[in-house]
Design a protein around this ligand. Structure first.
Ligand SMILES: Cc1ncc(COP(=O)(O)O)c(C=O)c1O
Length: 367
């Protein structure tokens, strides 16, 4: 028997993008007035108190939680979708997820996507869509806005409002994407984690009657409470849509132990029942955006798309890494557009997720 260490098998994954920002992070940190980190979309404002109280209120419950979530959680999700987004879903077709990143990474595998299959993702996209396709062994194609997926595609990811560009697909564009995906034989997964953060556009869910009518067949919507309710640390999201697909995902996730912790279910229920904290959080981001956007424009940047969501998609015409390096010298850390696809070579993504004082500092430095 060989005593050599066995090489790990499995998919070759891309390098973790943020690891490659280490040198720029060190430069930005050395600024005399400190780092302004606008490179990641992590919430910085506290978790709203009622959500913390809800989390703690069931801290003594010892048993295993239900993979399908409590009936109250599912009812709260149904009500929130109707109230906030005009979407009607069956409570049985709501499935909690441990944040949405794990769902994004595992959805192709859970849907039975295999080696040789194709997963279509937006031209500029959240990196985990590609990672999830690779975990399943599938090929990735990047689609330009409006481009149809190739025949036989297994899964099409949509993301409106988009990370990184803040581009919003209107109901007609979403309906056309769903039609083209169905024609290709693909399941549609629409990542809607920025749906509550529309600024100059009103984002629409893929499950809105103006998009899928009364027929969610082959369509899934992925929701996250990380940004709208500041619950990134709790890991809270859910998937809904086609009842048959959700039932299959539930079956697999039950067997695999992919269960949202019971206290998080309680916090998520409280978050879905209340719109006030979502509105308050929106106002904080709107105010930060109102400071940062004109400061970037005055400094010579052009902001493209960025009509919704948590990011400004900016270019000054230079190479993305050069711009990252230049901003790092001013203590401002941003993400190069190339993290999101080859089409991001001349852009940087600038997050609105920093405390007011840091956003003001960034604006002053840009001036
Ligand atoms: C487009 C998109 N989808 C999904 C996620 C994952 O969010 P979470 O796992 O916190 O729900 C993010 C996080 O930034 C994102 O930008």
């Amino acid at each position: 028997m060989s005593s050599g260490t066995r090489e790990p098998r499995g998919p070759r994954l891309p390098d973790f993008p943020w690891d490659s920002l280490a040198a720029q992070t060190a430069t930005a940190r050395s600024h005399p007035d400190g780092l302004v980190d606008l490179s990641v979309g992590t919430p910085v404002d506290p978790v709203p108190e009622p959500l913390r109280a809800a989390l703690a209120s069931v801290a003594e419950v010892p048993g295993y939680p239900a993979t399908h979530g409590t009936p109250e959680l599912r009812a709260a999700a149904v009500e929130a979708l109707a109230r906030r987004h005009g979407v009607t879903v069956d409570p049985a077709a709501v499935l909690p997820t441990i944040g949405s990143k794990e769902l994004v990474a595992w959805l192709p595998t859970l849907l039975g996507v295999r080696a040789g299959d194709v997963v279509a993702i937006p031209e500029l996209a959240y990196p985990t869509y590609e990672v999830g396709a690779k975990i399943a062994g599938a090929e990735v194609v990047r689609l330009a806005p409006g481009e149809a997926p190739p025949a036989g595609t297994a899964l099409v990811w949509l993301n409106s409002p988009s990370n990184p560009t803040g581009r919003v697909l209107d109901a007609a564009a979403l309906a056309e994407s769903v039609r083209a995906a169905r024609e290709a034989g693909a399941v549609v997964a629409s990542d809607e984690c920025y749906l509550a953060l529309g600024w100059e556009a009103e984002p629409v869910s893929v499950l809105h009657p103006s998009v899928t009518g009364e027929d969610p067949t082959g369509v899934l919507a992925v929701h996250s409470l990380s940004k709208s309710s500041n619950l990134a640390g709790y890991r809270a999201g859910f998937i809904t849509g086609d009842p048959g697909l959700v039932a299959r995902l539930l079956e697999l996730r039950k067997h695999a132990g992919m269960i949202m912790p019971r206290p998080v279910q309680q916090a998520m229920t409280a978050a879905l029942l209340d719109d006030e904290h979502v509105e308050a959080q929106r106002e904080l981001y709107a105010a930060r955006r109102a400071v940062l956007r004109p400061a970037l424009e005055a400094a010579g940047f052009t902001i493209e798309h960025s009509r919704a969501g948590l990011y400004l998609w900016a270019t000054c015409g230079d190479d993305a890494w050069e711009t990252v390096g230049l901003l790092a010298q001013h203590g401002i850390l941003v993400a190069p557009g190339t993290f999101y696809g080859p089409g991001g070579q001349r852009h940087v993504r600038i997050a609105l997720t920093a405390p007011d004082e840091r956003i003001e500092a960034a604006a002053a430095r840009l001036g």
